[in-house]
Design a protein around this ligand. Sequence first.
Ligand SMILES: [Zn+2]
Length: 233
Amino acid sequence: MAVVGIGGLGAAAALELAERGIDRLGLVDADRVEISNLHRQILHETADVGRPKAEVAAEKLRRLRPSIAVEPSIERLTSPGAAARRLAGYDVVIDATDNAAAKFLLNDVCVDRGQPLVHAGAIGFHGQLFTIVPGRGACLRCLFPEPPSEEEAGSCRDAGILGPLAALIGVLQARAALRVLAGTADVDRLLTFDARTLELREVSLRRSARCPACGPRAAARGAAAAHPQSKET
Ligand SMILES: [Zn+2]
């Protein structure tokens, strides 16, 4: 299992996975602990400010469960190649990143590799998650073919996030990832939670035939790239 982004969502997801007995856990994050993060990042403390989040989280999880193999990686995944290399060998990927570019990159790489991905986001009082099992259910681009504009993304960044909400969504991500391992993944099902009204909603999703990541055209592109001569024969 690999957790990308060890902030509010990722710290809670990693802790839950460690407590549930996962043997091997990859933690990927390039950032360092900041004092402003501490209210929502349950593995980080004041004494950790300035240290890499992935390293701090790995230390805490090893202390909690010495038998766990935690693999911290102080790295920002900015290209499909780097992401594919870093995530190779993990059975499920948890997207606990905090920006749209990273979320779309993880979606595309995991769809391309056929690797299950648990997507989530939390902003203000609102959280959401869904499980992507490539070939079996909708992916992020089935819902949103393109990432949001810089203007939209900026307004989300300014909205802040309720600390306990991030932890709740992170724990739910871990549970969703465990369901993938158990063969009971919930695909085509978006869960949304509103912390103001305590309303939990379930929205049915459908794969889009026009999806630029998992639709038939994307599959044809992938096949053509894998077998460049096949068009001529
Ligand atoms: Zn798709």
